[in-house]
Design a protein around this ligand. Structure first.
Ligand code: ATP
Ligand code: MG
Length: 215
């Protein structure tokens, strides 16, 4: 369970997270929406312990990610909004994730196949030379293969073509029903049928929270 209790973060004079409270139960599928600059990615960074807030607390299964980041990250997988410009080859990046998280290459390859990316063809390329959509597929497959119980996706399908988007959702529906999933997306239609809760942010605040009935 993720508990966000009254967090506030100010950069210079701009309050980018303003008394944010949110509870995410195990197995919930949450969609965070809101305009550009609303604070969605900043909230993800706070959950990951990358950002120290001015006030408030966050716990992930009872662990404060700013105090014990390594332990908190055992529970979390993350696909960032902007893929990092890594010089590592694709196979080296996978190897790094496997070593640090206990995942395995056959799972990564299987998820890449589901997303229609041929691992063997791309394995020796430096990650930064892949196309935008291919980078997202690699990061999604690596995140899905980790054994964490929560996966966070920041605009994961922004660079995917429509077929790959469909395959991504089919994959989540088929194999990840039990996991806690947090999406940030501007396209609600993309995650329709999966999300159980929509959280709307505006100017650093949560302005609306509603549950969605699926099935
Ligand atoms: N390190 C930082 N220093 C200064 N300002 C920051 C920093 N990180 C985020 N901000 C500001 O916080 C605000 C929220 O940014 P954030 O990236 O969280 O928005 P977002 O909701 O993810 O938007 P988008 O839909 O465009 O991705 C923006 O005004 C941004 O400039
Ligand atoms: Mg963002």
């Amino acid at each position: 369970m993720i508990k966000i209790d009254s967090i506030t973060k100010t950069f210079a004079s701009q309050t980018v997270l303003d008394s944010v409270n949110l509870e995410i139960e195990d197995g919930q599928k949450v969609l965070i929406i809101g305009q550009n600059g609303a604070g969605k990615s900043t909230l993800m960074k706070a959950i990951l312990g990358e950002l120290i807030c001015d006030t408030g607390t966050i716990t992930i299964n009872g662990i404060d990610p700013t105090k014990d980041r390594k332990k908190a990250l055992e529970f979390l997988s993350f696909v960032p909004q902007t893929p990092p410009p890594l010089k590592l080859r694709v196979d080296e990046l996978c190897e790094y994730s496997i070593k640090s998280s206990g995942s395995n290459l056959s799972d990564i390859k299987a998820y890449l196949k589901d997303l229609e990316l041929d691992y063997d063809k791309e394995a020796k390329k430096p990650f930064y030379k892949l196309s935008g959509g291919m980078k997202q597929k690699v990061l999604i497959a690596i995140a899905l293969a980790r054994k964490s119980n929560t996966i966070m996706f920041d605009e994961p399908t922004a660079n995917l073509d429509p077929e790959a988007r469909d395959r991504f959702l089919e994959l989540l529906n088929a194999k990840f029903k039990d996991k806690t999933i947090i999406f940030i997306s501007h396209r609600i239609s993309e995650v329709k049928g999966i999300v159980t809760k929509v959280v709307e942010m505006d100017l650093g605040k949560i302005v609306n929270e509603r549950r969605i009935e699926n099935e």
